[in-house]
Design a protein around this ligand. Structure first.
Ligand code: TRP
Ligand code: SF4
Length: 405
């Protein structure tokens, strides 16, 4: 069952600065962020510590990529007035929460996360049997829980990390959410809502706890969210009390799956730097055209006169993303009847990608001339992030018994 999301309108997501951003990042992640930025209270950050877990021995690339990446975010359409953009390593609370959570996280939970073994296999040339790398998903949990985010926009491969986060939060609340006088405090908090709401809250709580009425649970949660005169602590108690548990200090987040299908690269595999099949967000026009012209096509189409099959061709996969309906039909027919050649077929694709990238590249060039603007945006974001982080950590420390003066 879902525990409440106290701050369900808050969204957190991070990206590792390990090289140039490419169309895979744009279609897979950034477009989604851009859509979310006006709908939610978004915190997007550069996960430089996460990059360090795999790039500890060539950290130069991280340093180079940090500002380039933020520049690309802005160039792609992230609006700094709508979201908080920050650097993970500038908000030390992430590290503190990571440490504190490590106390209650069983080793086996981390060893069982599939990305742990998968990545070790995939990046064989690196020694990833480190403490830091094992802790990668827990650091991610700390990133998320620091902001008590309701939702985390991620790709399929990251869902397991959000799941771990939920388990860790649940364990934390279970261990530290039980104040000795919890019931009394909850009862006192209920009274602060005013007569009518007290009655309603108690009815709904009863309906849920005695009859398992989940609609009543939802209604009660909505009621709590509307209350203006409850402190955060009291609200946490009442959310927990509803379900028969203790105080919900760290709400469990949900994964918000990116709907975009995987972005195919130049060779038909998923676009990824490690496959060398990318088009970067700032790809110059001539090299963009060059890369697409060199793309492999249906291997059965040896001569211009051989008919082809788009289903067997990486170029078609990109047409599916970029082409209009008319163009798609033109490709399908032309390919299967050998009516068009592969270079003809690639023409509209080159144009479409170029048109998509032109404004991004131009904005990135502008921003690159004013690095102080980008730095300022990040400084403001760091501040905003720290403010939220400070509050969470204060509560966490106090729940763990670490708030002595
Ligand atoms: N692990 C994520 C990735 O590789 C990046 C990341 C770090 C992240 N911390 C996060 C994503 C917190 C979402 C929330 O894509
Ligand atoms: Fe691929 Fe287009 Fe050539 Fe057909 S015509 S094989 S779809 S590039």
């Amino acid at each position: 069952m879902d525990t409440v999301t106290l701050q369900s309108s808050r969204i957190v997501s991070g990206m590792r600065p390990t090289g140039r951003l490419h169309l895979g990042h744009y279609h897979g992640v950034l477009k989604n962020w851009i859509k979310l930025q006006h709908e939610f209270d978004c915190f997007f950050f550069v996960a430089d510590w996460h990059a360090l877990t795999t790039h500890y021995d060539d950290s130069g690339v991280i340093e180079e990529s940090v500002w380039e990446m933020v520049t690309d975010w802005l160039a792609a359409g992230i609006e700094p007035s709508a979201v908080s953009l920050f650097l993970q390593s500038k908000v030390p609370e992430h590290a503190e929460l990571h440490l504190l959570l490590s106390m209650i996280t069983p080793l086996s939970w981390l060893e069982r996360v599939p990305t742990y073994k998968d990545q070790q296999e995939k990046l064989k040339e690196k020694d990833l049997s480190t403490y830091g790398f094992l802790g990668y998903p827990l650091l991610q949990s700390a990133d998320i829980l620091t902001y008590r985010a309701g939702q985390v926009p991620v790709g399929e491969d990251q869902v397991v990390h959000v799941e771990l986060t939920r388990e860790v939060a649940r364990r934390f609340n279970h261990i530290y959410g039980r104040e000795r006088d919890f019931e009394e405090r909850a009862e006192a908090a209920i009274k602060k809502m005013g007569k009518k709401n007290v009655k309603l809250y108690n009815q709904l709580r009863k309906a849920y706890q005695e009859q398992g009425d989940t609609e009543a649970l939802d209604t009660a949660r909505a009621l709590l969210k509307e209350q203006q005169n409850l402190t955060i602590g009291d609200a946490e108690r009442l959310f927990g009390f509803l379900e028969g548990g203790g105080k919900v200090i760290l709400p469990e987040p949900k994964a918000l799956l990116t709907s975009a299908a995987k972005m195919p690269g130049l060779d038909g595999q998923k676009m990824s730097k490690s496959y060398g099949n990318t088009i970067t967000l700032r790809e110059p026009e001539d090299s963009l055209a060059e890369k697409i012209k060199k793309m492999p096509t249906d291997t059965n189409r040896v001569r211009r006169t051989d008919p082809g099959n788009p289903d067997l061709c990486p170029v078609w996969q990109l047409h599916e993303i970029y082409a209009t309906e008319d163009q798609k039909q033109w490709v399908q027919e032309g390919c299967r009847t050998a009516g068009i050649g592969c270079l003809d077929c690639k023409g509209p694709l080159i144009d479409a990608v170029a048109a998509e990238l032109k404004p991004i590249r131009e904005r990135a060039d502008d921003l690159s001339e004013h690095p102080e603007v980008v730095r300022r945006i990040i400084e403001d974001g760091n501040e905003a992030a720290r403010e939220v982080a400070r509050d969470t950590l204060e509560e966490v420390r106090s729940a763990m018994g670490l708030s002595y003066k």
